[in-house]
Design a binder for this molecule. Structure first.
Ligand SMILES: C[S@@+](CC[C@H](N)C(=O)[O-])C[C@H]1O[C@@H](n2cnc3c(N)ncnc32)[C@H](O)[C@@H]1O
Length: 235
């Protein structure tokens, strides 16, 4: 008689989403240092300015920064007289954001936001997510954010440019960021690569209408540094 092959139960296998958020617990301090010392050249030269201009250009009075990290964008918006509220799932980053600025910063995972377990306010003119949508099923989160906007409110997403990040494999799927080239001790982070059409489909399914698409680029670089999507609540 052939022996029965026992497969380990699924509950022993952490989901990539779980590993993703857990990696931030490990990487938070190194991330704070990287951001605050200006160690990421593409941010300094291109992408920080790009998202700031995209947000300010919509003239919002109040903004929710989803996945705000250590809070640099909250501080930049507050300096310009915009009320900016942050939310992030990592306690160390939230603590750092609270300590460095005057903006309220909520500690909440995206899962908690989807299930409306945490009150992060509502009636926002604009919600932004700067390199912060890294998990697979973003549609429920986009729909939850949709409900926090004023009618016709704006969503601004900056993310890795799919064509430059594809590395020859242009299809949706989990990838790994090893943070090679960064100073410090880092744990690899799983992140979900999505194609351009996958991004646009997610916006549509989340109840948004694309109103702008930018490919921020440095004049001396042959490739775009990011993809920037501006969408409006479809109502
Ligand atoms: C690359 S960092 C970007 C941080 C910030 N937006 C910035 O521009 O520096 C990604 C952020 O997403 C947050 N994040 C990732 N997955 C999350 C989840 N499931 N729930 C809440 N926050 C999450 C991390 O804690 C981290 O702060």
């Amino acid at each position: 008689m052939k022996p029965i092959q026992l497969t380990p139960p699924d509950i022993d296998m952490p989901t990539p989403e779980f590993v993703l958020l857990k990696s931030w617990k490990h990487n938070a301090q190194s991330w704070i240092e990287a951001i605050r010392t200006g160690a990421i050249e593409s941010r300094l030269k291109v992408t920080d300015q790009a998202i700031l201009l995209a947000v300010i250009g919509r003239q919002p009075e109040n903004v929710l920064d989803l996945g705000c990290g250590e809070g640099w964008l909250l501080r930049a918006l507050a300096e310009r007289g915009i009320t900016a509220i942050g939310v992030d799932g990592d306690p160390t980053l939230v603590k750092a954001a609270r300590a460095a600025g005057s903006s309220p910063v909520h500690l909440a995972s995206y899962e908690a936001l989807v299930e409306a377990k945490v009150n992060v306010g509502c009636d926002y003119d604009l919600i932004c997510a700067n390199f912060a949508l890294l998990h697979q099923d973003i549609i429920p989160l986009l729909a939850a954010m949709n409900a926090l906007l004023v009618p016709g409110g704006t969503l601004v997403i900056q993310t890795l440019h799919p064509w430059t990040a594809a590395a020859g494999d242009y299809q949706d799927g989990w990838r790994e960021e090893t943070f090679a080239g960064f100073e410090g001790l880092w744990q690899p982070m799983p992140w979900y690569f999505r194609t351009l059409s996958s991004w646009l489909n997610a916006l549509d399914m989340g109840g948004f209408r694309l109103v702008g698409l930018q490919e921020p680029q440095h004049p001396q670089s042959p490739v775009p540094q990011s993809l920037l999507l501006v969408a409006e609540q479809r109502g």
